[in-house]
Design a protein around this ligand. Structure first.
Ligand code: DP6
Length: 337
């Protein structure tokens, strides 16, 4: 039996981009924020184009994120936070592979200068903001003039969560259903929530043993609990929409925390087990639950790592800082005009 033909990323780019690009003679710099999913993206229905099993909804982190500068250079070179990476670094390879998609056979060699202003102590992943900033920079550098929808779909091919990092505020990534994935992109929601705060609790930094990409594959292949995930994600997205439009903080927090723990349940139910938590992660969760018992409305979410992201409203910031010490607190809407 012949495998069904799967469109490649290159096929998709071919359909949507002009074949001849004009490179800018001047350097181009673009910024994209980090984002934290309130309803997580966990699982791919198609790996080549990076198409998700479920839609997801996130909040962007304002001024925290990645700034990327593209400029012409003698040879390709990738820089991260002021240091040149060797060509075989996984990050450098991913970046060059992504640029190759766009420039195809053209002899344009580039310097990619990536700077994250996310405090390393916050333990936040930077692939979302990294690929979003790179997509924005490519769009401008080659004067592609792509629409936000198309650009988000391209960023998604670099890293799923990058599709959401093109925008500030609340952002929803619709899973889509087209074979070429071009209806699988993110859009910002119009809603604001100025009093919303996000606290970044660092439990551990450093490379994780199993990245999201392989974690998802393992979960889909081995965790029978995963079967329940798509329906829960759909339900959580609609709850989040209600919470956001009614400014119902309790519903927002409960939905986000329950969603994150449900995702972690599918990870733990994988084989070999994927337990991203460390003892201090659980200690921080217990602190959140204690604060709630004391009447402080605070919730958490977690990604494929040991760190917690706290959700609370501005009036409780002092209580949260007393309980958690000097953590970074983000005001996500202060950067939204
Ligand atoms: C747990 O976007 O990093 O943070 O598409 O394989 O690059 P790839 O995965 P990535 O996965 C993020 C997973 C998550 C949840 C989320 O951000 O929605």
């Amino acid at each position: 039996l012949k495998e069904p033909y799967v469109l490649t990323k290159a096929d998709v780019v071919e359909r949507y981009l002009p074949s001849l690009l004009t490179a800018s003679s001047e350097p181009v710099t673009c910024f994209a924020p980090s984002n934290i999913a309130l309803c997580k993206y966990w699982g791919k229905r198609e790996k080549e184009l990076n198409l998700p099993v479920n839609s997801s909804l996130s909040i962007s982190l304002g001024h925290l994120g990645t700034q990327t500068t593209l400029s012409l250079a003698e040879v390709d070179q990738v820089w991260l936070n002021g240091e040149r990476l060797t060509d075989d670094t996984p990050f450098a390879r991913k970046v060059i592979a992504f640029i190759d998609l766009f420039r195809r056979d053209q002899a344009v060699t580039l310097k990619v200068d990536t700077r994250n202003n996310i405090p390393t102590a916050a333990g936040l992943a930077s692939s979302a903001s990294g690929f979003a900033a790179l997509s924005l920079a490519i769009n401008q550098f080659f004067a592609l003039d792509l629409s936000d929808d198309v650009l988000s779909a391209f960023a998604r091919m670099g890293s799923g969560s990058a599709s959401r990092s093109l925008f500030q505020g609340f952002v929803e990534w619709e899973m889509g259903q087209q074979e070429d994935g071009m209806d699988s992109f993110a859009r910002p929601l119009v809603a604001r929530w100025d009093t919303l705060r996000i606290g970044l609790v660092k439990v551990a930094t450093g490379e994780k043993k199993v990245d999201s990409r392989s974690g998802m594959t393992r979960t889909l292949e081995t965790a029978s609990l995963y079967q329940a995930w798509p329906a829960q994600a759909a339900r959580d997205i609609s709850r989040l929409h209600s919470a956001i439009s009614d400014k119902d903080f309790q519903l927002l927090g409960e939905t986000a925390e329950h969603n994150a723990l449900s995702m972690h349940a599918t990870m733990i139910a994988s084989w070999p087990p994927l337990v991203y938590w460390q003892p201090d992660s659980l200690a921080a969760m217990q602190k959140v639950w204690q604060l709630r018992e004391q009447g402080i409305p605070i919730y958490f979410t977690m990604d494929a790592g040991p760190n917690l992201k706290l959700l609370f409203e501005a009036e409780y910031e002092a209580d949260v800082l007393t309980a958690f010490g000097e953590i970074e607190v983000v005001s996500p809407f202060s950067a939204v005009p």
